[in-house]
Design a binder for this molecule. Structure first.
Ligand code: UD1
Ligand code: CA
Length: 456
């Protein structure tokens, strides 16, 4: 055995990603389509890595540099092997022969078009190997078994897997189907895989034949059953949407289990990496894109869109707020309706309550930004920063033309266009002075040319 020095069994994961995915009708390879923002290949790699794989081999189709690059981005140590001819799932696994020959205790095979499989399910398959099985296959009870391989059981043991196309009428009645995932004992894996032939309806080398082949070599096999929702595969865009829905349900349930309140969970969209603290409240219709972190007790009000944003403890965002990458909202700060924030730090307790754009800026603690304030951060060529000190008050409908600094405690009069730095505690007015002409309006109405005409 090749157990490592801690006595933990070593594991090679082989991830099959050589699918053509014709039914996706896409220029993008199937396994690069995303579920909760991460490619399906990325999900498969994350699961096998979390299941303790020491080495990962990814099998890609010929010329698929994009798939290879995604594999390396998600699992930098992954080795990529090319399957030149698509001769079946066993043939695909054997492309990783160089890795298999290095010798591992366990070999797990994952399909890159099956994004919902949990790490502990791979763990369950590996446990069967510890208990003496040479091959452990993952099955599920299919609502509609059409197209899937069927588990043929004999005296409680898995005797064979029969592909739908090769199955008899009687075998097609079996509802326990093959999910595709498998674990093989490392010391028998090559002996089993090399013995698999292609005498079947599709003329392919089926990985599923590892079961009958192992039995014919006098080795033990085992079946592990998972829920259908976890092993669903994606072959077209309808199944992609089904997988997305299942993933969203799982992410939301995990968040709620961890202490997040969702008033109408079905309307909340999470990214695979969304981090939500305890006692966060999410109102209906909220979208989280990549890289959001929401601190304990914060509230995200209805119809807000967040991406790459950090919201500290106790802050309030929305309704109808948009936080773009680099938005950092301090503790107890308040971001109100129709406010857009990009690459800006909003200090603790600051308020940006209505109809405002803050981009490339920092706003000090407890500053108040009036309705309609705009940081003019772009001159058509470059971006510039706006810095607003703690406790400053920006009057409504002001334009802050960056680069510009407003000192701590300063007040900017409503409607100002601020082009120069403002000292701390100063009042800045950057607008036309008001002039009043008493009686002018009445006299205007009473002019001979206007008299008797109605106002339009
Ligand atoms: C496979 C199983 C079937 C199971 C079903 C579950 C086999 C022979 N059949 O059928 O028992 O019920 O999954 O979804 O394993 N691939 C390659 N190279 C190949 C062929 C396939 O890399 O030459 C990859 C595909 O990209 C895919 C995976 O292996 O990720 C499964 O192949 P696919 O053709 O989708 O198999 P199914 O017909 O769905
Ligand atoms: Ca499939």
């Amino acid at each position: 055995m090749t157990s490592n020095k801690e006595g933990v069994r070593t594991c090679l994961a082989v991830v099959l990603a050589a699918g053509e995915g014709k039914r996706m009708k896409s220029d993008l390879p199937k396994v690069l389509h995303r579920v909760a923002g991460r490619s399906m290949l990325g999900h498969a790699l994350a699961a096998v890595t979390a299941a303790g794989a020491d080495s990962v081999a990814v099998i890609v189709g010929p010329g698929r540099d994009d798939v290879a690059a995604e594999a390396r981005a998600c699992a930098p140590a992954a080795e990529v092997f090319v399957q030149e001819d698509r001769l079946g799932t066993a043939h695909a696994v054997l492309r990783a022969r160089a890795a298999l020959e290095r010798g591992f205790d366990d070999v797990v095979v994952a399909f890159a078009d099956t994004p919902l499989v949990l790490a502990q399910t791979f763990g369950g398959l590996r446990t069967e190997l510890v208990e003496g099985a040479a091959v452990a296959a993952l099955g599920f009870e299919a609502g509609d078994p059409t197209g899937y391989g069927r588990f043929l059981m004999e005296e409680g043991e898995l005797a064979a897997i029969r592909e739908h196309k090769d199955a008899s009428e009687k075998e097609r009645e079996i509802r326990i189907c093959n999910a595709g995932l498998m674990a093989l004992s490392g010391k028998s894996a090559l002996g089993i895989l090399d013995a698999i032939g292609n005498a079947n309806a599709q003329g392919e080398y089926y990985l599923t034949d590892a079961v009958a082949t192992a039995r014919s070599q006098g080795l033990k096999t085992a079946a592990v059953i998972a829920p259908e929702s976890e092993v669903m595969g994606v072959n077209d865009r309808i199944q992609l949407a089904d997988a997305e829905a299942a993933m969203q349900r799982r992410l939301r349930a995990d968040a709620m289990r961890d202490g997040v309140t969702m008033i109408d969970p079905a309307t909340v969209h999470l990214w695979f990496d969304t981090k939500l603290g305890r006692d966060v409240v999410i109102e209906p219709g909220v979208f989280f894109g990549a890289g959001c972190e929401i601190g304990d007790g914060a509230i995200i009000k209805a119809w807000s869109h967040l991406e790459g944003a950090k919201v500290a403890r106790g802050a309030s965002v929305g309704p109808f707020a948009r936080l773009r990458p680099g938005a950092v909202i301090g503790e107890q700060a308040k971001i109100g309706n129709f406010v857009e924030i990009k690459a800006a730090d909003i200090g603790p307790g600051a308020a940006v309550s209505h109809l405002t754009y803050i981009g490339d800026a920092s706003i000090g603690a407890k500053a108040n930004i009036g309705a309609g304030t705009i940081t003019c951060n772009y001159d058509g060529f470059s971006k510039f920063r706006t810095e607003i000190g703690a406790g400053a008050f920006i009057g409504s409908n002001s334009s802050l033309v960056a680069p510009v600094r407003i000192g701590a405690g300063a007040i900017v009069g409503s409607g100002s266009v601020i082009t120069q730095d403002v000292e701390a505690d100063a009042l800045a007015l950057g607008r036309g002075r008001q002039t009043d002409k008493p009686g002018w309006a009445k006299a205007f109405r009473e002019r001979p040319e206007n008299a008797g005409k109605s106002k339009k």
